[in-house]
Design a protein around this ligand. Sequence first.
Ligand SMILES: [Zn+2]
Length: 266
Amino acid sequence: MLKVTRSIYFNKREEGASNSGFIVRENDVVFVDNSDWLGKTKVDLDYLSAHIGKPIKFLVNTHFHPDHTFGNQLFNCDIIASDKAPELFKLNEMELLKWLREENDPEVLQNLRAIKITYPTKLVKDRTTLDDSHPLIKLIHLGGHTPDSLVVFVPEENAIFTGDLIFQGSHPFMVGSNINEWLSALKWLKSCGATLFLPGHGEPCSRKDVEFMYSYLIKFKKSLAVLKAKGMTAEEIARKPEMLQLPQLDKPQRIARNVLFQYEKV
Ligand SMILES: [Zn+2]
């Protein structure tokens, strides 16, 4: 856990795994996201009780993806998410069954067998301020990466948890994403006043990284449309993703799946 502002702690996990963090308030703590490994979520919770010692009032899920929510069951508090999230959590039930069927590694299987899909208990429609405890926390639904993507903004500290609207240092995961909505979300992020951006994957970053993410999505969309107009199929492009001429980043294996999902939409 890294202390990144007066009240915000951030766990930048290794190798592009999903990040989590928390905000320490006057009498309690607001947690943001967790992990698809229960053990990793427990490490965060142990850190919190050893170093902060305040109770967790809320857990916020920035979106439903398993690597941000499969630790939900370990939180004995209200879980807040967008009102678009519960429908999408149903996909996690199916995803978990699929992983259980296909997984061979005994250690991974043991982790998966212990997971109980735990739904949010409080829903945010468009935007809300959590309550009047300081620092104030604003939750804003933006969509884009997923229909339920929501950001956690702490204006008093100019910091914002962006969830997976920003992938810093790696190719984004764009299966199920709406690129145009994602671009609008990034425009909002650029102008919201935050100077510290805490992404779902990668290092804490700046407005420059929001701009980079924006130009990445524009490039992806345009390049895919050009290749499609030339008569190439989604499968042909997915086999040779270098044709998209995207920047060099970690996790290039994500590009093929992104192409297969986004091809019909560009
Ligand atoms: Zn995600």
